[in-house]
Design a protein around this ligand. Structure first.
Ligand SMILES: [Fe+2]
Length: 402
């Protein structure tokens, strides 16, 4: 299907529609960060990066060194973040900020890096420990008259969308569970999205991040009951799904054409815009229980078709699903919502093995889900707290159809 044979780059206009973050997109976006810092007369900036492999391998190191040499930043301080950062990692970054007193914070890396920097910058400015920030708009509620400075993001992967979201996932080191900060004051101020940094991602990371972004867009699109949707979020989601569905097979077949990387980056940032205003639901909820066992993108992609079929009992979801007919390939015309889900599942199975969940794992997921009543009751087909364990167990016990 030639969805983008002569790309009109519609996504460039859609990325401009987002008011939460100023998105600077495309090859060379990074160079504009330097101009931004010059214009703002910044002489104290803190830079938060991932491990050396991603920092050097993605080309960020080279670009960063070149940019810094171009003007006079007093203290180009760099703090490294490990994968899956916990509260102690965030506290370490806050300590660095205390010493550095930055005028701006730049987070360059994958979702972990951006999430940690977002949490640390708010923690430093509010004086609240990161553990006190978990929950919804805690800082905004504690300091209703204050506006805090927000980070600048440079994603080096194409998946999480953290560069435009109000979310930060941080591991609680005591319980080893990921916890969420949802706070409007951590939506990044700027995102410089340069897909050139993603071209050295290994295939496994390309797949898991792309599938994460795809699921963000689909889950958000199906979440028809959410009261917070932006009027254009359906269009953002459809474009994101088309971009990822089209570009991922080319990239995974070894194409080095940067246009496909550009499409994946645009799809991921659009996916982030979608979930920023209309969140994910049960697939993401269930993936939290598999943290550390299965890469996040593979987990949510594995869960998606099972819950999507469950959601189809809702008439609004059936109608919304039909708007995706034909995006994913199938031999027969997609005339029912069930056939659309089957086609989407077949696409996912080209890149990810089906989830194999033991009875014990299913029981744990069902039990953990009860701890998140908000995601259960706001799902496209809501699940009551009392029925959560039974409903989720029965959904996860059904084998896939594709
Ligand atoms: Fe995700």
């Amino acid at each position: 299907m030639s969805l983008h044979n002569s790309p009109d780059k519609k996504y460039l206009n859609l990325l401009d529609e987002y008011t939460g973050t100023k998105v600077v997109f495309g090859e060379g976006a990074f160079a504009q960060l330097g101009e931004h810092l010059l214009l703002e007369r910044i002489d104290r900036a803190s830079f938060v990066f991932g491990g050396k492999n991603s920092y050097i391998g993605s080309g960020l190191c080279k670009s960063f060194t070149h940019m810094i040499s171009g003007f006079d930043i007093d203290s180009p301080n760099v703090t490294e973040v490990p994968p899956e950062p916990d509260c102690n990692d965030v506290r370490r970054i806050v300590e660095a900020f205390r010493e550095q007193q930055p005028q701006v914070v730049v987070a360059a890396g994958g979702g972990s890096v951006m999430d940690a920097a977002k949490a640390a910058y708010l923690s430093w400015q509010t004086g609240l420990d990161v553990s006190e920030l978990f929950g919804v708009d805690v800082a905004s509620t504690r300091f209703p008259d204050k506006t805090f400075k927000r980070v600048i993001c440079i994603p080096s992967t194409s998946g999480t969308g953290s560069e435009v979201t109000p979310y930060s996932n941080i591991v609680d080191p005591e319980t080893k569970v990921k916890r969420l900060i949802m706070e409007k004051q951590i939506v990044p101020e700027y995102a410089f999205v340069d897909h050139c940094f993603t071209k050295t991602m290994p295939p496994s990371l390309t797949v898991t991040t792309a599938l994460d972004a795809l699921v963000h867009s689909i889950e958000s699109f199906l979440n028809t009951k959410s009261p917070t949707a932006h009027p254009a979020s359906d269009e953002w989601a459809i474009e994101s799904i088309k971009l990822i569905r089209y570009a991922l097979p080319f990239v995974m077949n070894g194409s080095s054409d940067l246009l496909y990387r550009e499409m994946l980056s645009a799809g991921a940032t659009l996916g982030g815009m979608c979930i920023a205003c209309r969140p994910t639901s049960l697939p993401h909820l269930c993936s939290f229980s598999l943290y550390g066992q299965i890469p996040h993108g593979l987990a949510v992609a594995g869960f998606l078709p099972m819950f999507w079929r469950y959601y189809l009992a809702d008439e609004a979801v059936r109608k919304q699903t039909m708007r995706l007919a034909g995006i994913f390939e199938s031999e027969m015309p997609q005339t029912t919502p069930e056939s659309v889900v089957d086609a989407a599942e077949r696409f996912i199975l080209r890149f990810a093995k089906p989830l194999e969940l033991s009875a014990e794992t299913i029981a744990k997921i069902a039990s953990d889900a009860s701890g998140n009543p908000m995601k259960l009751t706001s799902a496209p087909r809501p699940v009551s707290l009392e029925n959560a364990a039974v409903v989720i167990t029965s959904i996860l016990s059904v084998k896939g159809q594709a």
